[in-house]
Design a protein around this ligand. Structure first.
Ligand SMILES: [Zn+2]
Length: 231
């Protein structure tokens, strides 16, 4: 009988605790809202890889490695915002083996990145690159969008706007990327991000710095959140 009475008094106590906790969380500042990118599938594509080093500086620093480092930070940042993230490559290799559509290895490599995006049923494809120029004074990012996609263009504008908060050199207006295979062929909304110039001494240092890489990743993530939440 004693244990039964105990049980009877525990039930209302548990109920009171449960309600208190629910009200506390629900009414408090923490709230129950989901991270902003929950349900979104995003493909992050570190350009080049393996025998394709991409562009390079005079000392042999290769674009492909910077692309991969930034892509890893971007994956982390997008995941923290709730997105499901697929990387087209995890390591230093190219991707032509996944496609048999073209004779050219380079074309097959690019086609594979589009195929991965299709198979992932991705909402977005973000292709990460670093630029180079004969004139070492050139610096800053250039975001390329799909010529016939208003979604892609508005995302490119948001990314450029967020990157401009990192430093004064990210001021170039986004451009239509007509020459880029993955922009022309991706069904998903896609942008190609040239995140700076490896041929500019100061920018090369920044692009190799993990803190700067993280700042770039966070800026891109902020733009992606704005893209999906229309803020
Ligand atoms: Zn590239």
């Amino acid at each position: 009988m004693v244990s039964c009475a105990w049980r009877n008094s525990l039930v209302p106590l548990a109920l009171i605790l449960l309600i208190t906790a629910a009200v506390g969380f629900g009414m408090g500042k923490v709230g129950w809202s989901l991270p902003p990118l929950v349900g979104r599938i995003i493909v992050v594509d570190p350009g080049h890889g393996g025998i394709d080093g991409g562009t390079h500086d005079q000392q042999g620093l290769l674009e492909k490695n910077l692309n991969l480092e930034i892509a890893h930070w971007l994956r982390r940042s997008l995941k923290e915002a709730g997105a499901f993230v697929v990387l087209t490559r995890e390591g230093d290799h190219e991707l032509s083996y996944l496609s048999n559509k073209y004779k050219s290895r380079h074309r097959r490599d690019l086609n594979s990145r589009v195929l991965i995006t299709e198979k992932s049923r991705a909402d977005l494809l973000l292709s990460i690159h670093i630029n180079a120029a004969g004139n070492s004074a050139h610096r800053g990012s250039i975001i390329f969008f799909q010529p016939d996609s208003t979604e892609s263009k508005s995302l490119a504008l948001l990314i450029q706007e967020e990157l401009s908060k990192i430093g004064p050199h990210h001021t170039r207006s986004p451009l239509a990327g007509r020459v880029y295979y993955i922009l022309r062929n991706s069904e998903a909304t896609a942008v190609l991000l040239e995140l700076g110039f490896i041929t500019n001494q100061e920018e090369k240092k920044l692009l190799s710095d993990p803190q700067y890489q993280q700042a770039i990743a966070r800026a891109i993530t902020a733009a992606v959140i704005r893209h999906f939440t229309h803020k």
